[in-house]
Design a protein around this ligand. Sequence first.
Ligand SMILES: [Zn+2]
Length: 130
Amino acid sequence: MNKAATGIGAKAQIDFPCLEDGCDGIVKFNLSDVSSRNFQAVCPKCHKTYQLDGALRDKLGRMLELILAIRNSEDILGDSNVSVNVAGGEVKIPYALLLTRLNTLITLSVGDRKVDFHLWIEPSSPDTFR
Ligand SMILES: [Zn+2]
């Protein structure tokens, strides 16, 4: 595990539905573990193992970097808003709300299948985003 990944601990988790036919297991792993070359994810139900190829590990690795960048900017983002124009005015949505309340879903190709990866991120401190 590299140094940057250590800092994020267990805070960034990814899960995706098992690809095995008839299995409804949810495969979970820590994003920070993905950088390891021999990384494997295991379905808790059918015990199918998933080895992510280089391209996929690269994408997930860059996603981790993005998360770390966001983490580094928490104090700035905590004061920032996204402005959305609506009929009759403007609504300001704090970035913090976007980061904590919305679940992030990314769809990546695994072999010939499209898989929805569900990403869970927690702020480094429960006080950061209120
Ligand atoms: Zn399974």
